[in-house]
Design a protein around this ligand. Sequence first.
Ligand SMILES: Nc1nc2c(ncn2[C@@H]2O[C@H](COP(=O)(O)OP(=O)(O)O)[C@@H](O)[C@H]2O)c(=O)[nH]1
Ligand SMILES: [Mg+2]
Length: 193
Amino acid sequence: MANQVRPEDESFSVVVCGKKGHGKSTVCNALLGSDTFPVGTPTETAGFGEVTKKGLRIKVVDTPDISTEDTKKKEKEAEVAKWKEFVSPEASCLLLVIRSDAPYTEEDFVAYRQVRRFWGKSSAREKLVVVFTCSEGQDVEEVGERMEAESPKWIAKVLTDSGGRYIVFKGKVGASHIIFKGCFIERGYGVVE
Ligand SMILES: Nc1nc2c(ncn2[C@@H]2O[C@H](COP(=O)(O)OP(=O)(O)O)[C@@H](O)[C@H]2O)c(=O)[nH]1
Ligand SMILES: [Mg+2]
């Protein structure tokens, strides 16, 4: 993979969604290479951060879990509208975080379905990339094998929606890095292709 400097005006915008406590803010911080979003405390409303790495402007939106029972429909609509506003004219990518250090639970699917509903089904599918957080000790193949061997049906559905795009995230191992859509973003090291 060779380093590639991009034109100044190019931007890449990412909305990070999923169940609370599953690593959204951690993934956002890794993308930004900073501690912009508080980790370990619930996010009440969406937050925005941006950074320019090697000429690529990266915009990141951290979101609250909108699947909780006490979140009303109108609040969900307003939240998702805010996410979209942050990345206007449109998101490059919708990252769905799912923890892979514990048995997968249906709650992740509920969280995803809520986002998909309020985001818009076809757009959500087009932009979806699943991030398996807490993947220390597992490599990409191992996570894939585990999904095939023991994962519930809903994971297969989510991965069908994402067109099979998923990444593994190891937030606690040295320089965390994220790979998506041919783009490799490494904490502290910028963007390479
Ligand atoms: N070991 C490990 N811990 C992680 C990872 N991602 C998140 N965490 C931890 O999981 C907890 C919840 O993370 P947070 O980003 O606040 O989740 P959020 O509520 O979805 O924003 C925190 O204690 C993080 O340090 C990861 O990839 N590996
Ligand atoms: Mg958070």
